[in-house]
Design a protein around this ligand. Structure first.
Ligand SMILES: CC(C)(CO)C(=O)C(=O)O
Length: 423
């Protein structure tokens, strides 16, 4: 970096990243390869992750078309570190990219929530749906104290063989959508009736609005100003930290970030939910590549049944009223075309859920098929196919977990179960 670039970079606000799996590493790497890279702070959840990072030379490696690019210059913090009282561990966080798995987002944010405020912006990059709801409920119950939120939906394919080393195998994009903040506009503009509450009631006073979480929906805080919601927001109108984060991400050309409207990001998120509900769980069931789900009559029938339930749930979700052409976009036939297209495009991928199950790691199935089942239950739509897929993934993980534990018997009196290797 030239001296002027260093000087310019020191002016740029720090971006913190929590979660250094495939997606976190891709984004961190991309930001550090900018001509004027912002300072990036990687937040590790445990000391041993930091030790591994140091052993890798404090660098992140990304391989594309067999060409490796290695970047350094990262700062880091460890959440459970003894030195947690040091100023950098207490300083406010302006921008935070949350790239953890869905089930890790809340525990991670609990540990650093005091460093976040309404002046901060967090970007969520999880698979599935329901994470924002959980964060609002258990990390930031008071809407007035919440940070600004950007949803990011990733369609890049990446896998890793070693920590902090990622193979960027499938080029996709990352769509960004800004979640509108509460308090909402005046009551006359608020006609949206949420799944769990009615926001048409009189405009609450700031204090009652702050505590009224019943007016929120799974998809965040929504108000129905169609003009505002159906086109991407004007950057100038966004809170400063949101604008800064989005501007820098839009300049990362290798990851093709794009800003879309709030209804559009919900639609993209739901399409991805449908794709993951089918491909991820079925590849676990059949222990196969994505492409092996194609051209198989029995599997086609299972795909159709799964999508039929998902389509019915999406059609009934009142918080999605703002999504244009919802009936056509989320019809079972269209969803099937989307799923088949992605299975073809990612034919030689091992789905992220199958990667997790094989490694004995918790999956995101509760936020994918589980989300459909829970939403269906709220709306009176039974989703037994998705329920079975969810339980099947969890059952398979338990089986593999038991086998992995057998490989490391902690109890010397334990004798191996007499099952030859079939899984
Ligand atoms: C699109 C797909 C199914 C690609 O593998 C994916 O998103 C995943 O594996 O999580």
């Amino acid at each position: 970096m030239t001296a002027s670039a260093v000087a310019a970079a020191t002016q740029l606000p720090r971006i913190h990243i929590i979660g250094t799996g495939n997606v976190g590493c891709l984004v961190a790497h991309s930001l550090r390869t900018l001509r004027q890279p912002p300072p990036i702070v990687l937040i590790f959840h445990r000391q041993d992750v930091k030790t591994t990072f140091r052993r890798r030379g404090n660098r992140i490696r990304v391989e594309r078309d067999r060409v490796a690019s290695i970047v350094s210059g990262f700062e880091w913090q460890v959440m459970d570190a003894l030195e947690y009282w040091m100023p950098q561990y207490l300083s406010p966080i302006r921008s935070l990219i949350v790239a953890t798995k869905a089930h890790q987002a809340v525990p991670a944010l609990q540990k650093i929530k005091d460093r976040l405020s309404p002046d901060s912006t967090i970007m969520l990059l999880q698979n599935g749906m329901g994470v924002l709801d959980e964060i609002n409920r258990s990390v930031f119950p008071d809407p007035a104290k919440r940070p600004n939120v950007v949803l990011g939906i990733n369609s890049h394919g990446a896998h890793t063989s070693r920590p902090f080393s990622v193979v960027h195998a499938g080029y996709g994009k990352i769509d960004l959508g800004v979640v509108p903040r509460t308090p909402s506009p005046p009551s006359s503009e608020r006609s949206f009736k949420g799944a769990t509450g009615d926001t048409t009631k009189d405009t609450p006073t700031p204090s009652s609005a702050d505590t009224d979480s019943s007016a929120e929906t799974t998809t965040g805080d929504v108000y129905s100003n169609n003009n505002l919601l159906n086109s991407p927001p004007d950057l100038e109108t966004l809170p400063e930290s949101t604008r800064e984060l989005i501007q820098v991400l839009l300049s990362c050309y290798d990851l093709s970030f794009g800003l879309v409207s709030y209804p559009e990001i919900l639609a993209i998120q739901l399409e991805k939910l449908a794709v993951n509900a089918v491909i991820n769980s079925l590849t676990v069931m059949f222990n196969c590549y994505n492409g092996q789900l194609l051209y198989n009559h029995s599997i086609s029938r299972m795909i159709r049944l799964t999508l039929f339930e998902i389509s019915k749930v999406i059609a009934a979700m009142p918080e999605l009223d703002n999504i244009p052409s919802r009936e056509i976009r989320f019809s079972p036939e269209r969803l099937e075309r989307v799923v088949i297209g992605i299975a073809k495009r990612t034919a030689v991928n091992v789905s992220s859920m199958l990667q997790d199950v094989r490694a004995g790691k918790q999956t995101e199935v509760e936020y994918i098929n589980g989300y459909v089942v829970n939403k269906g239950a709220e709306l009176g739509i039974p989703c037994s196919v998705n329920f079975m897929l969810k339980e099947m993934v969890k059952g398979k993980l338990e089986m593999i977990g038991a086998r992995l534990r057998e490989d490391l018997p902690l109890d010397p009196s334990y004798t191996r179960a007499p099952y030859p290797d079939l899984l």
